[in-house]
Design a protein around this ligand. Structure first.
Ligand code: FAD
Ligand code: DLZ
Ligand code: SF4
Length: 504
């Protein structure tokens, strides 16, 4: 007699998952299911669906090899109930189980659907994070502002990573000021480790092609790791060949190099093929062995035990309405070129085309190109949020929504960002070689060739004067705007408006 079902979701592919830890191999049954509802609640990039299905199938095999009874449903199985709750109910009927153990899912949507089920539910904390939600909430309680930097310092103390007794290694907590070098002439790193699809992956690719082939994005070539061994090899490859220069060029962007010195491990971390502490310890070892400098290793570790943990804390603290916030009341619809890359703005075209091909763009492309443009243009943040959730292989709402709604679009009213991440073309020109091959001229502030980021920048600041002119980090910018000649201001604003009006 089966006593309980144990749910393992597509982003819970870790042997140390709390639900598995709480289960009995001899009597419990694991439920894993490829379901239409998860594959279509947004129209994901085909690479993302393929990655998750392939990794799920391989993880199921691993669990079976370890002696678990796994009931796995493939997408095209005729009895597939189409949703996670539906599959649990079907398996409960088949097995006679009336209790489900599950680890807290990473999205409110699914958490609320599971809580609605007519079965006995035992939800376990997701222990694959450095911080618990209770810890985060306790840290946040009573603070006027929730700046990541202070949370990050607590995580350094908690983990002992890059600590020298009670002090930060090297005497400073944060080496970001050393990590802003512009795009170099060339890159010595040949990119992330790529894997040739095996039979399991090929079968999934055929399935995804037939069912989701018309979605935004290219399915093939597909080279991502789909199991823990491969993901660990990809991590080692990054640590050896890219980490030493990760810090220097973390914010740079290049026409002919899509990955620079980035790790491309977010999909592996987010579905559980890599553990955050394992990743950070590998990076710290590289520093202690003299292989990688402190600015690179600290910058890398901060992204993982700082930003990654912090955004998760914010997502669950703020509640299910967070992804729909719109503090700046931006209502413009997402322009069509976000789906085609068909725009004369070279930076946008490059970031979008790359996203379609790879289901990946690095942080600064997401924040300072596509995100910056959407914010300047006043695009509805919910449409922007859905776009990011659809197009990136690493997108799960707990990490995607705070980055988009909070950090990038300022739509949470400033919980995450102390000021909006907006810039004119000058920033993009400084950090990339995009402007050299653009039909617009980055140094033109007005006129038919002027870079649209230049006029839109002032248009944004002007229309949000009431909200931001008193922000002490934006005082100089507003003083410059105020000093500007009235006619020039008018020209800038009307050119920006004409650009917006011409956008479809
Ligand atoms: P690297 O640059 O090599 O960094 C190493 C790791 O640090 C990443 O793998 C990631 O796990 C972590 N990390 C870095 N920055 C962040 C961050 N801001 N928040 C959380 N973790 C971070 N990351 C996602 O995992 N999923 C998303 O859906 C996502 N959406 C984003 C949307 C916007 C608008 C922005 C600005 C950022 C978003 N990020 C997201 C954060 C970041 O861009 C990606 O984590 C990173 O680009 C992944 O590539 P990488 O592994 O090469 O990262
Ligand atoms: C993203 C995703 C997709 C595309 N498909 C599945 C699936 O078929 N089965 C599954 O268990 N999980 C899938 N996932 C991941 C879930 O959407 C994810 O677990 C929730 O959004 C919570 O983070
Ligand atoms: Fe982008 Fe403007 Fe540079 Fe063109 S000139 S690449 S639009 S920042």
């Amino acid at each position: 007699m089966v006593s309980r079902l144990v749910l393992v979701l597509g982003d819970q592919l870790s042997e140390n998952l709390s639900a598995l830890q709480a289960a009995e191999k001899s009597s419990d049954v694991i439920v894993m299911a490829e379901v239409a509802e998860e594959a279509t609640y947004v129209q994901h990039h085909p690479k993302k669906i393929a990655f998750i299905f392939a990794a799920m199938r391989k993880f199921a095999t691993r669990l079976r090899d370890a002696g678990w009874d796994v009931r796995y449903t493939q997408l095209d199985d005729t009895e597939n109930a189409g949703s996670i709750p539906g599959e649990l109910l079907r398996r409960a009927e088949d097995t006679g189980a009336f209790e489900v153990i599950f680890t807290q899912p990473g999205e409110w949507r699914l958490l609320l659907a599971l809580e609605d089920m007519p079965l006995k539910l035992t939800m376990k904390t997701d222990t694959r994070f450095v911080s618990t939600q209770d810890e985060f909430d306790a840290w946040a309680e009573g603070r006027k502002t929730l700046r990541m930097e202070y949370f990050y310092r607590d995580m350094r103390r908690k983990t002992g990573l890059l600590m020298d007794g009670d002090d930060p290694e090297g005497g400073k907590w944060n080496y970001d000021s050393e990590n802003r070098k512009p795009a170099p002439d060339d890159i010595a790193f040949s990119g992330p480790m790529q894997f040739t699809p095996d039979d399991v992956v090929e079968e999934v690719l055929d399935l995804v092609e037939s069912r989701f082939g018309n979605s935004f994005g290219r399915l093939r070539p597909f080279w991502f790791a789909t199991d823990q061994t491969q993901a660990r090899r990809a991590l080692t490859h990054f640590i050896i060949y890219a980490l030493p220069r990760f810090g220097d060029f973390q914010d740079a962007m290049m026409n002919d190099n899509r990955f620079l010195y980035h790790a491309l491990i977010s999909p592996y971390l987010n579905v559980g093929l890599l553990d955050p502490m394992e990743v950070c310890k590998a990076a710290e070892d590289a520093y202690r062995d003299g292989h990688a400098p402190l600015n690179a290793v600290e910058g890398f570790i901060r992204q993982i035990i700082g930003w990654r943990e912090y955004v998760r804390g914010i997502y669950f603290r703020e509640g299910p309405d967070y992804p729909r916030r719109n503090a700046l009341n931006h209502q413009r619809k997402l322009p069509e070129f976000y789906w085609t890359g068909d725009t004369d703005m070279n930076c946008m075209s490059k970031a979008i085309t790359q996203t379609a091909d790879e289901a990946y763009a690095h942080h600064i492309q997401r924040l300072m190109v596509t995100g910056n443009f959407a914010l300047l243009a006043g695009i509805n943040p919910h449409e922007v949020q859905e776009w990011y959730l659809r197009v990136y292989i690493d997108a799960f709402e707990w990490v995607e929504a705070p980055n988009v709604v909070g950090m990038s679009q300022f739509a949470d009213g400033g919980i995450i960002a102390s000021k909006p991440y907006v810039s004119s073309g000058a920033y993009i020109n400084r950090m990339s070689d995009y402007c050299k091959s653009c039909r617009y001229k980055v140094n033109d502030k007005t006129g038919k060739d002027a870079c649209p980021f230049n006029t839109l920048y002032w248009h944004f600041l002007d229309r949000h004067t009431d909200r931001f002119s008193g922000n002490n980090r934006m005082g100089t910018i507003y003083a410059n705007w105020k000093r500007m000649d009235k006619d020039r201001k008018q020209t800038i604003l009307s050119e920006a408006q004409a650009f917006l009006d011409g956008m479809t």
